[in-house]
Design a protein around this ligand. Structure first.
Ligand code: HEC
Length: 446
């Protein structure tokens, strides 16, 4: 009897001991796998985040801040409130609990045996490029002042048609490159035709190449964006034989003279694909926007109609400037049915793109409507001047309402027919506000 009691007590104690050591959250066993998956993309040296989370020693001082950042959902950065996206980095409740309990319980390192193998990052690139195209010369960024968007035609003259399955644009100097784009310039386009290759041209919003000449956004750089894959069930991006590339660069001065030489890496498809991946050149857009002075919730809408059969929407990246608040993309099918495929907060510092969890068929005749709101009041701490009525313009103190939408469609489809500006996007610019949804609907009624 006595014996039995003793052994029972022992076994109970033994079990508790085991349970406790299993439930002690450690860096090596529990935290590092989360950091590798969700944080190191930005939190490592040479990337955008100010501190690195590769090792225990680097991470330990940030334990409390990490707890705060994940509890408030400040990290990882993500702004969608509606829609389903393949690149949603939001941590699960379990992962949040793990980071919180690690911070609350002494932020222990744990057993080295539990540590997962480090993730290997290849020399800054997030992919293995077949070809790297670099700006031929450095661009000089002055210490102060604003710099117009720069367009630089880079002579490549692709010797044959190329299909690209992934691209990554990397800044030479991430301190000064706010964002950048690399655009395919097919032979025969009039845009950038009379320029000296390699020379920077401070042009306006024409920098997107217009919609008519087969230009296509190839690569983009926004802080934290990384490499972009165009292979969605076998699709790829098209570069016609003889094309050059245009680097479209938005620099900001940082108080000391700087230089930048950005580049883009490309991974080619092994064989021509059935489906083409195409990025709209900032369409739908509201070139006709007017944002009243002082308005804290100015509405601006824009629209395109799908002009071809068999297209699917796969990617959404809104673009606005410092007064932007939120952005919604609403799709209305030819049947009259309508749904919101994206809705989210706009934050100028994080130009995030959203990869749809499932490609969305948008049959010919589908209308894609963007609804954005702006805060042009004194309450917006980023507002450069609340006393001004704002029109479309390149600089941060002007505004934009543009959507870079990724679509896939049959490789033989003419890309110029895919999006036709319609509805509010073809209204003349009003004098006081808009175009608003109400005004657009009033005009749209037969
Ligand atoms: C897309 C890039 C990116 C990803 C992914 C990312 N971070 Fe960050 N993080 C940043 C940048 C940039 C900053 C500094 C600017 C800021 O605080 O907004 C930052 C700041 C922080 C800070 C300091 C916050 C403060 O208030 O000072 C913490 C803590 C942090 N990140 C934790 C994490 C954790 C934990 C993860 C993963 C679960 C993560 N981050 C994922 C880019 C990223």
């Amino acid at each position: 009897m006595n014996m039995l009691r003793v052994s029972l007590a022992f076994s109970v104690m033994g079990m508790t001991a085991v349970a406790a050591s299993n439930s002690t959250v450690t860096f090596n066993k529990d935290v590092l796998p989360i950091l590798q998956k969700s944080c190191q993309r930005c939190h490592r040296s040479g990337e955008m985040a100010p501190m690195s989370f590769l090792t225990y020693r680097e991470t330990r001082p940030w334990a409390k801040a990490m707890k705060e950042a994940v509890l408030t959902k400040k990290m990882p950065p993500w702004f969608a409130e509606q829609g389903h996206f393949a690149n949603d980095p939001t941590l699960s409740q379990d992962q949040v609990d793990t980071l919180v309990s690690w911070a609350n319980n002494g932020a222990l390192e744990g057993d080295a045996k539990d540590r997962p193998a480090p993730v290997t990052f290849q020399d800054g690139w997030n992919m293995n490029a077949d070809m790297i195209v670099e700006m031929p010369r450095e661009f000089h960024i002055p210490a102060t002042g604003t710099i117009n968007y720069q367009n630089i035609r880079v002579k490549v003259n692709f010797p044959e048609d190329k299909w690209v399955v992934a691209a990554e644009m990397r800044p030479g100097n991430p301190k000064v490159l706010h964002h950048g784009r690399v655009i395919v310039l097919p032979p025969g386009s009039s845009w950038m035709s009379n320029v000296v290759p390699g020379e920077p041209y401070g042009e306006g919003s024409e920098g997107m190449g217009g919609t008519k000449e087969g230009t296509d956004l190839l690569g983009k750089y926004n802080p934290g964006l990384g490499a972009q894959s165009f292979d969605i069930g076998g699709s790829a991006k098209f570069i016609p034989k003889g094309s050059d590339l245009v680097f479209n660069l938005h620099y900001t001065s940082v108080g000391s003279a700087q230089t930048d030489r950005s580049k883009v890496g490309l991974v080619f498809a092994k064989r021509p694909p059935q489906m083409r991946y195409w990025m709209s050149p900032g369409t739908p857009h509201a070139y006709n926007l007017v944002i009243p002075a002082g308005d804290n919730n100015a509405e601006v809408v824009s629209e395109v109609t799908v002009g071809v059969d068999g297209a699917k929407l796969i990617y959404i990246q809104p673009h606005m400037h410092l007064r932007g608040k939120d952005y919604e993309l609403r799709v209305t099918y030819p049947t009259g049915e309508s749904e919101t495929v994206f809705k989210g907060i706009w934050d100028f510092n994080w130009q995030v793109g959203y990869q749809l969890a499932k490609p969305l068929p948008v049959p010919k005749g589908t209308k894609i409507l963007a609804i954005a709101h702006y805060d042009n009041s004194v309450n917006n701490k980023f507002n450069p001047d609340p006393s001004k009525t704002i029109w479309w313009g390149d600089q941060n103190w002007d505004e934009m309402q543009a959507g870079f939408l990724g679509l896939m469609f049959d490789a033989k489809t003419d890309a110029n027919q895919v999006f036709i500006p319609s509805g509010p996007s073809v209204l003349p610019r009003g004098t006081t506000a808009g175009p608003t949804l109400a005004a657009a609907q009033a005009t749209g009624k037969k």
